[in-house]
Design a protein around this ligand. Structure first.
Ligand code: ATP
Length: 483
């Protein structure tokens, strides 16, 4: 098999400070590092090294132990305190293993024995640089995630949305006062696409666990055995495909939050294990012999009435009460009044920016149509619909024709509906235009495509909108040649 070429390593100006009183060696090292693409400087003593570091801000420090005056090991803690981002490597005499162990204990990331082997040094610097780059990237993404997950992302000024935001703010304020670290479990209820995940993220990133992981699992997206394996991980050989030991999401979320979306879809066997996790903060990997303890906060969401499911014995009562220490209800979009138009404008501006075109305005007829629609797919449907409208818009104004995704009954001039009138209810076949195409297969295809478009191609959500199971939708998609 041909060897896979590894991309060339580029030091791209990483700064290395060499603290060594052997002037010739230090100078030669600098020339070598310079050739590899590093910016290298030398210092002949511990004090000079500390002073140099202030200006250079080194990414890596090669620190000799045998320095005049203060030894390398003695200056290490000061250097770490002054340059917390720098990786420090102690250079020791050959065979001083004990010294190397002490250096690592004092915070050095590695050690090199003198005389230096240049190939070894090169590999070590590459490894340290790659680690730093990875950490910077992870830090960047974590920060970006946090910035786009605050409470301010939950737009809307209607009374139900203001009430929801106030409830979340009160909860976050109480959590800040919490004596122990055990934040209460929160159950977020609401129809599909109302913003339950946004609420979960706002709770995590607005709370004391913000710097720790936010890990999510959609319990309806996988078969029960896989949900268990994803959540709790498995030992090698726990089942046929378990070739390696794998940590689960519960472990990954240590210190942070675990968001269980569509908790109503969790199988009864998963429910038992979740109960144990909530009650004892303990879990066991599949095929594992011992329990492990974990510190995490559980957030869950559902569009299903869990209380009814409890009565029907489809959901464990004990788990339900554990999950809903705090309950938050996210209102459907149709109950948010003027938020519909404000959100529509927000999404138009967002998609216009993405597609680099001026944002079109909404015509009065289009506004009326948006207000009248029932929004079964809620904010997600509005967001996807506005993307389609922006994409297909010809001029500077969006008229009702651009809102084809709302369905045939809403396209065309409409009278303002009186509350509870036919037009206010969802579109039914009796309202189709007289010349509408009634071919059943084509209607089914259109229906399925509309549901997939509204749900952003999410089969679980599309199936829910269509009122069929995921398997039924998959079967129909296959039959229509869309799988
Ligand atoms: N109040 C809001 N302001 C701005 N964007 C929103 C709001 N609510 C929802 N969204 C957007 O709508 C989309 C759907 O939201 P989200 O995934 O949070 O809904 P959900 O209730 O978790 O859906 P599901 O039930 O399907 O899991 C996302 O793109 C989200 O950013």
């Amino acid at each position: 098999m041909p060897a896979v070429p590894t991309p060339p390593f580029a030091a791209t100006g990483r700064a290395v400070l060499v603290i060594d009183d052997e002037v010739t060696l230090a100078r030669n090292l600098c020339v070598y590092l310079d050739r590899l693409g590093y910016v290298a400087e030398t210092a002949g003593s511990a004090e000079e090294g500390l002073a140099r570091a202030v200006e250079l801000r080194p990414d890596i420090v090669l620190l000799d132990h045998n320095l005049p005056g203060q030894s390398g090991l003695a200056v290490l803690p000061r250097l770490r305190e002054q340059e917390p981002a720098a990786r420090i490597v102690l250079m020791t005499g050959h065979g001083s293993l004990e010294l190397a162990v002490q250096a690592m204990k004092a915070g050095a990331v590695d050690y090199l024995s003198k005389p230096l082997v240049l190939g070894e040094l090169k590999l070590l610097l590459e490894r340290l640089s790659s680690q730093q780059r990875l950490e910077t990237a992870v830090g960047y993404y974590a920060q970006r995630e946090a910035q786009s997950s605050g409470l301010d992302q939950l737009r809307g000024d209607s009374p139900p949305m203001r009430a929801l935001r106030e409830r979340i703010e009160r909860l976050l304020a109480s959590e800040r006062q919490l004596g122990d670290a055990e934040a209460p479990a929160v159950l977020i209820q609401g129809e599909t696409g109302t913003g339950k995940e946004l609420v979960a993220r706002a709770l995590h990133y607005g709370g004391p666990r913000a710097a720790q992981p936010f890990v999510e699992l959609n319990c309806g997206a996988l078969p029960p055995q896989l949900v268990e394996a994803e959540l709790f991980g498995h030992e090698r050989g726990a089942f046929t495909d378990a070739r390696e030991r794998k940590a689960g999401l519960v472990e990954t979320a240590e210190g942070g939050s675990l968001f269980l979306d569509e908790i109503g879809e969790a199988d009864l066997s998963v429910q038992v294990k979740l109960l144990k996790l909530l009650e004892d903060r303990r879990f066991r990997r599949l095929g594992g012999l011992r329990d492990q303890s974990v510190n995490l906060r559980i957030l869950s969401a559902t569009h299903q009435p869990l209380d009814t499911m409890v009565q029907q014995q489809r959901f464990r009562a004990d788990l339900y009460y554990r999950l809903r220490i705090v309950e938050l209800a996210v209102p459907p979009l149709r109950e948010r009044g003027d938020d519909i138009l404000a959100l529509a404008e927000h999404f138009i501006a967002l998609h216009a920016r993405r597609y680099r075109r001026p944002p079109p305005s909404l015509s009065p007829a289009a506004e009326a149509a948006l207000r009248r629609h029932r929004w079964p797919g809620n904010v997600r449907e509005l967001r996807n619909g506005m993307e389609q409208a922006v994409l297909l818009a010809g001029g500077t104004q969006l008229d009702v024709e651009a809102l084809g995704f709302l369905g045939p009954t809403l396209v065309g001039p409409a009278e303002a509906p009186s509350p509870g009138s036919e037009a206010e209810r969802p579109a039914v076949s009796g309202l189709l235009p007289p010349d509408a195409d009634l071919n059943l297969e084509r209607m089914e295809r259109r229906h399925i495509e509309t549901a997939l478009a509204r749900s952003g191609d999410n089969v679980t959500q599309a199936a829910r909108l269509l009122g069929v199971s995921r398997d039924t939708l998959r079967y129909r998609l296959e039959r229509l040649g869309r799988a």
